[in-house]
Design a protein around this ligand. Structure first.
Ligand code: HSE
Length: 435
């Protein structure tokens, strides 16, 4: 048997995930050699601060602060980009592709915003670009959609694809933690992005949804065209009402085909029925329900963030790239062409809804509200006026669930409800997703 080919990675970024890659490549080195026929080692590593103490040991001679050193080092076979951001990272990935070096990246913002350019470049240069770690941390969802489901039209993807926000919602529900306390825990555990804003405002999940939409339909939704709503404004009382009504609130990414080859791609907090397994995905876990026209419903579950889980996906890509090089296998897998798609506008998207109203506590108010909904042809699934734990004199809470209708119709009806003299506060609206 021939001896395994030595493959060196040039690693850009030795933060939480980068350190996990080095640690776990070492841990399972013999296993990876057996499985890939390549002896994978770490070559040059680019860091911001040479003096910083780290969890993993990399010989000082391998460290550099200059990204270009990774590309000019002839020993670099594969480039791994884990620096994040969309400007320096873009230039670096583009330079690596032009230099003929296969690239592994976990950078979802980079792909969602500039993937269209990078895919075109990768195709032009005939150099592979791998990105398993960009979506859902340790879950191999990219391989699933790109390879295992390649013979399917994708009918829908519903995903809990941000570990930090799922962790926060779980802790608010299970431990009655405040939003801030739960966010701090998620940051301390290394789940959140360096700037957690993207985790909680929905954009981290949106970047992942855009990548899944591209893989599913071969076209990139434009970030500015899609609806993205985060978890910042979810009130504890809505979490409690959801529970009482048989739902759990989750931040979901939804990808579906629309009419006329358009793509529905959105991220929003949603009520998920407890009868569906996604409603029971808690803590930092992610899960995706993918429906294909041939296979039917499939489900993928695992850690969506964190050092080990995410490094598992990065290492899977490194192993693919190394095996390709070691066996001269050339380019593998399908890569849809990069062009922009047209997004279905939010107003045309359809679901059922949960609505919470604060209204005057007097006879006839429910009749006014239901009449207005009827005029707008919105059907009521249920209506309750829960007895409050701490009654507020003169105010009644109404909780309604509504039949399927498009968002434009419900949004316009709620504007009219808000304008009624009996309505005391802006109505609260959440989608109920029937998966
Ligand atoms: N901050 C991300 C999350 C990490 O919480 O899901 C994985 O993208």
């Amino acid at each position: 048997m021939s001896s395994p080919r030595k493959i060196r990675i040039g690693l850009a970024g030795l933060g939480n995930v980068g350190a996990g890659v080095v640690k776990n490549l070492q841990k399972n080195s013999a296993l990876l050699t057996t499985r890939t026929g390549a002896e994978i080692g770490v070559g040059k590593v680019c860091v911001r601060d040479l003096a910083k103490s780290r969890d993993v040991e990399v010989p000082a001679a391998q460290l550099t602060t200059n990204l270009q050193d990774l590309l000019t080092d002839p020993a670099t076979d594969i480039v791994v980009e884990l620096i994040g951001g969309t400007t320096i990272a873009y230039d670096f990935v583009a330079d690596a592709l032009r230099a003929g070096k296969p690239v592994v990246t976990g950078n979802k913002a980079l792909l969602a915003e500039r993937g269209i350019e990078l895919v075109a470049l990768a195709e032009k240069e005939n150099v592979p670009l791998y990105f398993e770690a960009a979506v859902a941390g340790g879950i191999p969802i990219i391989k699933a959609v790109k390879e295992a489901l390649v013979g399917n039209e994708i009918d829908s993807i519903y995903g809990i694809i941000n570990g930090t926000s799922n962790y926060i919602l779980t802790r608010m529900n299970d431990a009655d933690l405040s939003y801030d306390a739960a966010l701090k825990e998620a940051m301390d555990l290394g789940y959140a992005e360096a700037d957690p804003t993207l985790d909680i405002n929905g954009w981290d999940a949106a970047h992942k949804a855009i990548i899944l939409a591209w893989l599913s339909y071969g076209r990139w939704p434009k970030p500015e065209d899609i609806h993205v709503e985060g978890i910042e404004n979810i009130a504890p009382e809505d979490i409690a009402f959801a529970d009482r009504l048989g739902y759990a609130i989750k931040l979901v990414g939804v990808v579906k085909p629309g009419t006329d080859h358009r793509i529905e791609c959105r991220v929003n907090p949603a009520f998920l029925p407890k009868s569906h397994i996604l409603a029971h995905v808690n803590s930092v876990y992610n899960a995706l329900a993918v429906r294909g026209d041939v296979v039917g419903e499939t489900l993928y579950y695992g850690s969506g963030a964190g050092q080990d889980a995410t490094s598992s996906s990065v290492i899977a890509d490194i192993a693919d790239a190394a095996a390709n090089i070691a066996h001269d296998a050339g380019f593998e897998g399908f890569l849809p062409h990069g062009e922009h798609g047209v997004s279905v506008p939010l107003s045309e998207t359809t679901s059922s809804y949960y609505v919470r109203l604060a209204v005057d506590d007097r006879p006839g108010v429910i009749a006014e509200i239901t009449a207005l909904l009827a005029t707008n042809e919105i059907g009521i699934l249920s209506i309750v006026q829960p007895e409050p734990d701490q009654p507020k004199k003169g105010t009644a809470t109404l909780v309604l669930t509504l039949h399927d209708t498009n968002y434009g119709t419900i949004a316009s009806a709620l504007e009219k409800i808000e304008a009624l003299p009996c309505t005391q506060k802006k109505p609260v609206l959440y989608r109920i997703e029937s998966i």
